[in-house]
Design a protein around this ligand. Structure first.
Ligand SMILES: Nc1ncnc2c1ncn2[C@@H]1O[C@H](COP(=O)(O)OP(=O)(O)O)[C@@H](O)[C@H]1O
Ligand SMILES: [Mg+2]
Length: 601
């Protein structure tokens, strides 16, 4: 599996093939967004086309009015003058009406695109496997959903419509000028050379500096999110000053980059105006000479001047648009990176159905490493019969949590199979898997909502009686009753705040109500003090009854309720027997157990 989304994050120099792939990927996303609304886009385009053509008609009509209608009117024939004035009015009004309608219409389209991409990103990010989330930091996930969507929004809100309108307007103006007076058109054509150079310079500069600016702002966000999510560690280690300094530096960096961008605009805008003015002066000069010599009508001169002057009007917006486009483009590239990331543990297309799992687990010739990392489990074989309670012990880093993640299918083994009741986990649907196997970890996350809601997470259709009886079963009922609103206490409200240990107790109740065939507790009692753990010990026995259980625990007190102890070291099982046998023996576990008992004494 490749981490596409990771690769184009910060480094500006990607090799050619890679950036081509990234461009293709972002085009695919764009097409997939545009396809469902292509009819609406075509309608929008037709509206802009007509409205811009009408807008460009103005100077032509003025030229006609001066050269044809006016002389006739002077001679007493007002009909042509009325007609021309009428046409001018109609063109102006129709163009305004169409433009206004188009803007509203386009906004609806834009909003539906943004809606779609927001939803798609959320759905997909949530669906991605744990492997993605363990690698892609939360700061980056957040910046995809905020920063990047915002820059798309900015492009769609302001730039997009104006760009199409602006380009069409310039084309129509050039055509109109060419029809009206070829010489003036040639002058305009000459101006495209300096205009091209100036704009090219502007684009290369802004491309570079905008990229820097995006990297800077992304760093700001990442630093901010990291500081705030790690605020406990920040406080504990008095890291505030250092963080502040680092943040200041980043802000300063960001400010410097933005100042540079403003400078570039400070050159480009006046440059544009200067070129426009020179063109107008040249048209006036050459046209004026011809008019004096009598081979150029005044009306045509006025029309040509108006066109030449107006030609440059959209240029500044287009240049602005280019920047919005740049940043939206890179955002689209990053978003498409996340969207094209496949879940590393895909759901099977044709799952084998498991109605009532018994809970027998098998590791068959399993080898495992994270991504391209070092091998964590070199050659792992294990059979756990249904209903057995296993205590898994071993030093930190031995691979216990990795084993637990393989059983929960947060990861697939690199080689070999993990099986539930003889069926490979790869062939079981997510629904059946989540029903059969539940893991409780040290984190014991509580979602916004009441305590009852949080317990019912294990069984969404649970009645309040079931919720209470599961809380009683794991011994947490009295505690919940003591909360301000009992089971209806909001866990995020003042007074509803529960300690880490209490969260773990609630998550036991959540696991109990889910009634899985296989239960994994990974250091799930680590936040409990010894008296609470004793209390839980009793609850634990209820919790484990009738199911397969793997208990990973620091404190060896849990071992007494296990049928079998596995001692793990460097990704291998080095001891495997009944607790009493191991304690009586001379192996590693016997030593661990003795040390633990001495520590209690
Ligand atoms: N997400 C991960 N990516 C890469 N390596 C990991 C990841 N999680 C754990 N490891 C590595 O796997 C090894 C076993 O870790 P783990 O299973 O968490 O050990 P234990 O739970 O026994 O303390 C460690 O060397 C650890 O560095
Ligand atoms: Mg662990």
């Amino acid at each position: 599996m490749s981490m596409h989304g990771v690769s184009n994050e910060d480094n500006t120099d990607l090799d050619k093939a890679q950036s081509k792939e990234i461009r293709k990927r972002s085009l695919r996303l764009l097409f997939s967004l545009v396809r469902p609304i292509r009819a609406r886009l075509a309608a929008s385009f037709a509206m802009v086309l007509v409205s811009q053509a009408l807008r460009v008609a103005g100077p032509g009509l003025i030229a006609f009015a001066i050269d044809t209608a006016l002389p006739k009117a002077i001679k007493g024939d007002l009909s042509v003058a009325w007609l021309t004035a009428g046409a001018y009015l109609v063109a102006a009004l129709a163009s305004a009406a169409l433009t206004s309608f188009f803007l509203v219409f386009a906004q609806y389209t834009n909003q539906s695109v943004l809606f779609e991409i927001r939803n798609r990103l959320f759905r997909h990010t949530q669906r991605l496997s744990l492997e993605f989330h363990e690698n892609y930091t939360s700061g980056r996930v957040i910046s995809r959903q905020t920063n990047d969507i915002d820059s798309l929004k900015e492009l769609l809100d302001t730039g997009g419509n104006e760009m199409i309108a602006g380009i069409l307007y310039m084309i129509f103006t050039a055509i109109a000028l060419a029809t009206l007076d070829l010489q003036s058109f040639l002058i305009l054509l000459c101006s495209l050379v300096p205009l091209g150079f100036l704009t090219h310079w502007f684009q290369t500069q802004t491309k570079f500096w905008y990229r820097k600016s995006r990297v800077s702002s992304a760093k700001l966000i990442v630093h901010f999110v990291e500081t705030m999510t790690g605020i406990r560690a920040v406080k504990a280690f008095r890291k505030e000053k250092r963080n502040q300094d680092a943040y200041n530096e980043l802000v300063e960096d960001y400010r410097g980059v933005n100042a540079k961008v403003i400078q570039i605009f400070g050159i480009y805008d006046p440059g544009l105006t200067a070129i426009g003015n020179i063109v107008v002066a040249a048209v006036l000069l050459f046209g004026g000479f011809r008019a004096i010599q009598g081979d150029f009508q005044i009306g045509l001169l006025v029309g040509a001047l108006l066109y030449a002057k107006r030609f440059f009007d959209p240029m500044e917006n287009l240049a602005q648009f280019y920047n919005a486009y740049q940043s939206a483009n890179s955002s689209l590239e990053k978003i498409s990176g996340v969207l094209e990331e496949d879940p590393s543990v895909p759901e099977p297309a044709h799952p084998v159905e498991i109605k009532h799992a018994k809970g027998a687990l098998d590791f068959e010739k399993v080898e495992f490493h994270y991504g391209n990392g070092k091998t964590i489990l070199p050659d792992f074989n294990l059979n756990i019969p249904a209903g057995q309670t296993i205590a898994l012990v071993g030093t930190t880093g031995a691979g216990k949590s990795t084993l637990a993640k393989l059983v929960s299918r947060f990861y697939d083994p690199s080689v070999g199979e993990v099986k539930l009741d003889g069926i490979s986990l790869r062939d079981i649907s997510n629904h059946d898997l989540r029903t059969a196997i539940v893991m409780v970890t040290q984190e014991a996350y509580l979602f916004a909502g009441t305590v009852a809601d949080n317990i019912a997470l294990g069984k969404p259709d649970a009645t309040i009686e079931e919720i209470i009886s599961s809380a009683k079963a794991v011994g947490v009922h009295e505690f919940i009753e003591s909360l301000p609103d009992g089971y209806n206490t909001d866990v995020n409200k003042r007074g509803g705040r529960v300690s880490a240990g209490q969260r773990q107790l609630i998550s036991f109740a959540r696991a109990f109500i889910a009634n899985p065939a296989v239960l994994i507790l990974d250091e799930a009692t680590a936040s409990l003090d010894i008296p609470s753990e004793r209390l839980v010990q009793h609850g634990l026995q209820t919790l484990l009854k009738g199911r397969t259980a793997i208990i990973i625990a620091h404190r060896l007190s849990t071992v007494s309720i296990a049928d079998r102890v596995l001692v793990m070291e460097h990704g291998r099982i080095i001891e495997d027997d009944a607790p009493a046998t191991l304690i009586a023996g001379k192996g590693k576990f016997s030593k661990m157990h003795k040390a633990w008992r001495d520590s209690l004494a």
